[in-house]
Design a protein around this ligand. Structure first.
Ligand code: S3P
Length: 205
């Protein structure tokens, strides 16, 4: 039986997988884009730590581009009919990761699309591999630790936000994976609209 109680949105459709480009390991600043990367993409993957603004920026990009927006966490919650926090509490993180992988496998069949990944999605190599195979643009929303901490401290829906120390430790573990994104966009002190505009200026969509 599928891990999901309900089917994914009907507009999801199959697409051919592209070879991922050789510049994968260039976690470049959005301001310093390699000319090689300037071909048109039909998928945008926003990645970064919890609280980095993936959903907010993703919503803005989707409006501007008139592309559908998918929040991977929301897909998982809709499929299970419970919150991410409840999934963690009832079934643990390994089960959540299975759901995350299954949801990712479905949503990346869609294009054009803006996808906000979960904070851990890109830190699991098999997920990153699937994402690369689609040829979509991977964009890391880089945000300073203190800002992330402040944002997440008031949110009740982040099961992996336990205390400031473990939060920092988790971020340290994740950074090497985030750095594998093609583009890094700093969100420090910036309005989400500004961040979205900078992404749009990449002119690869
Ligand atoms: C997680 C981040 C969360 C959510 C889950 C696990 C993580 O997503 O997927 O709680 O491993 O960092 P957000 O980054 O949207 O908070």
């Amino acid at each position: 039986m599928s891990l999901f109680a309900t089917p994914f949105a009907p507009w999801l459709r199959c697409r051919q997988l592209h070879q991922y480009n050789s510049f994968l390991n260039l976690a470049s600043n959005a301001d310093q884009i390699s000319g090689m990367s300037r071909h048109r993409r039909k998928q945008i993957y926003l990645l970064g730590f919890m609280g980095s603004g993936k959903s907010t920026v993703g919503g803005l990009l989707s409006q501007e581009l008139r592309w559908p927006f998918i929040d991977l966490d929301a897909v998982i919650e809709a499929g299970q009919g419970v919150s991410i926090r409840e999934i963690f509490e009832r079934s643990g993180e390994p089960f959540f990761r299975q759901l995350e992988r299954a949801a990712l496998t479905e949503v990346l069949k869609s294009e054009p699309v803006v996808i906000a990944l979960g904070g851990g999605t890109f830190a699991f190599e098999p997920n990153a591999e699937l994402i690369r195979e689609t040829g979509g643009a991977t964009i890391w929303l880089d945000c300073p630790l203190e800002t992330l901490r402040q944002r997440c401290a008031t949110m009740q829906d982040r099961p992996l936000f336990r205390d400031p120390e473990s939060f920092e430790h988790l971020l340290d573990l994740r950074l090497p994976y985030y750095r594998l994104a093609e583009y890094r966009v700093s969100t420090e002190g910036r309005d989400p609209r500004e961040v979205a505009d900078q992404i749009l200026r990449l002119r690869v969509f």
